[in-house]
Design a protein around this ligand. Structure first.
Ligand code: SF4
Length: 296
């Protein structure tokens, strides 16, 4: 099996040994082989109507706050769906092929409008003035691990409390998986704490699929534990990279995996590891997650 070294990159003069986003951390925790397929082999992920609808709804919720507060109505939000879809299609013309005909497309656009209705059932955007939307955050923790990602929205109260908000177009997880879902938010809170010195007051996951909100108030102890967990995770990734052993972990989440035909757990054979010497420092990409595998 071909072993890889780990690439070192200088970021603002700091020696960075690797990077993690919440999605890729989740991939490795779900299944190391899935992480390998996505980060090492860089196999493309198939666009699905659900995933693209997630991107579309996120774009509309970002655009919505461009309007003056009084104009942020559901009607206005729904009027933004068409232009946001036009932008997505211009950026990736192949998305149109996801729909067999105009009726399928119209139903899909309508389902995006329905999710916006769910958003308005959860909060009134006329009463909010976000401090940031689609905010890129990054920090390098001890040991040279770069943590980065995009936060959907940051609200700052006049009294200084910070609320970090993430939209999900799927349904809220069952109670037993709530902590896993909140891990993504603790990741963001850790990065924000390390960069600003302030622990966010509230982490809020908004599930539009079933109109539910998950909230959590982190403290420093939580975020120190999150950093420890991420460093341990990165050490496990480095071990897999240097030994070439990326273990497949079969679970119910295989149903959302694009690479089942290459997976030994499903009778497939992974491709040879690429002729690259180093584990790449992955680029930060914002892709709103839809599968449970991505949901944390
Ligand atoms: S099919 Fe399942 S076990 Fe195989 S790579 Fe995908 S997530 Fe891992």
């Amino acid at each position: 099996m071909r072993a890889q070294t780990v690439e070192h990159t200088l970021v603002d003069g700091v020696d960075v040994v690797g990077s993690l986003s919440p999605s890729r951390a989740s991939d490795f925790m779900t299944c190391p082989l899935l992480y390998r397929f996505r980060v090492v082999d860089r196999l493309p992920q198939e666009s699905t109507p659900d995933a693209v609808r997630g991107t579309l709804v996120h774009a509309v919720l970002e655009d919505l706050f461009d309007a003056p507060a009084a104009q942020r109505t559901l009607e206005h939000a729904r009027s933004l769906v068409g232009p946001a879809w036009d932008r997505l299609r211009e950026a990736d013309p192949e998305l149109t092929a996801l729909f067999t005909d105009g009726t399928a497309l119209a139903e899909w656009l309508e389902s995006a409008g329905a999710l916006l209705g769910s958003y308005f059932a959860l909060e009134d955007p006329r009463r909010l003035e976000p401090a940031d939307r689609e905010k890129y955050v990054e920090t390098v923790v001890d040991g040279g691990l770069l943590l980065r990602g995009y936060v959907d929205r940051v609200d700052v109260a006049p009294t200084g409390e910070v609320r970090v908000v993430d939209y999900k177009t799927g349904r809220a997880p069952r109670e037993v998986f709530e902590a896993k879902a909140m891990f993504q938010m603790k990741f963001y809170a850790l990065v924000m704490w390390r960069t600003t010195g302030t622990v966010p007051t509230l982490l809020q996951l908004m599930y539009l699929g079933n109109e539910e909100i998950l909230r959590y108030s982190p403290d420093e102890h939580d975020l120190v534990a999150t950093e420890r967990k991420l460093r341990a995770l990165w050490a496990a990734i480095e071990r897999a990279a240097t030994t070439g052993e990326w273990r497949a972990r079969k679970s119910a989440l295989c149903g959302w995996c694009d690479h089942k035909e290459l997976c030994p757990e499903w009778g497939g054979t992974p491709p040879p590891l690429p002729e690259r010497d180093a584990l790449p420092v992955e680029p930060a990409v914002h892709s709103p997650a839809e599968s449970p595998a991505d949901a944390d």
